[in-house]
Write a protein of this length. Structure first.
Length: 177
């Protein structure tokens, strides 16, 4: 092979390598900002939902022909959607366990799982504000609002603000009302 051809091949390889690196960094940037969208709904992935039903089959793949690996048995349990395929959503629970669930078993109602025993609910999003209640580890609470550091929760007839860092079911950067 002559030198001229070698230079062209090397230049082509360097160009392809640069293009591949650009693609990798662009994908990483999207993943870091949680801007990835589901192929079906075009909604953000990952995102949180909750179990609408009191019982739901978790399958190995996105169809009724796939084997049922286990059954979620907790209504309102928060789940993280990690993929979409037709009417199926791949979900994970707090422990990273999951599989494919039919979308009709899921709700957009936001709930969280309390990750700290005796988590105090405050009257305002301020640790010096009055304590309204304390929630035990593992309690599922409904979320109606989140700012940068706190979320407004409802559980067992009580309502109050809790630090977002003590909850599973909201993204650290997520803000909504």
């Amino acid at each position: 092979m002559n030198r001229s051809r070698m230079r062209k091949l090397r230049a082509g390889f360097v160009g392809l390598f640069a293009l591949a690196l650009t693609s990798v960094f662009a994908t990483a940037a999207l993943a870091g900002t949680d801007d990835a969208a589901g192929k079906v709904t075009k909604r953000p992935i990952p995102r949180y939902v909750s179990m609408k039903a009191s019982e739901g089959n978790v399958r190995r793949g996105p169809s009724l022909t796939h084997r049922i690996d286990w059954v979620f048995k907790r209504r309102d349990m928060p789940l993280r959607i990690t993929a979409e395929h037709g009417h199926w959503r791949r979900v994970e629970d707090r422990d990273g366990m999951g599989g494919w669930v039919h979308y009709s078993l899921l709700s957009g109602t936001r709930t969280v799982l309390v990750e700290k025993d005796l988590l105090t609910l405050h009257a305002r999003p301020d640790p010096s504000s009055p304590v309204m209640a304390a929630l035990e580890l593992g309690v599922v609470a409904r979320v109606s609002e989140c700012n940068e550091e706190w979320c407004l929760l409802r559980s067992g007839g009580f309502k109050g603000w809790a630090p977002k860092a003590r909850l599973w079911g909201v993204l650290p950067t997520e803000v909504f009302d």
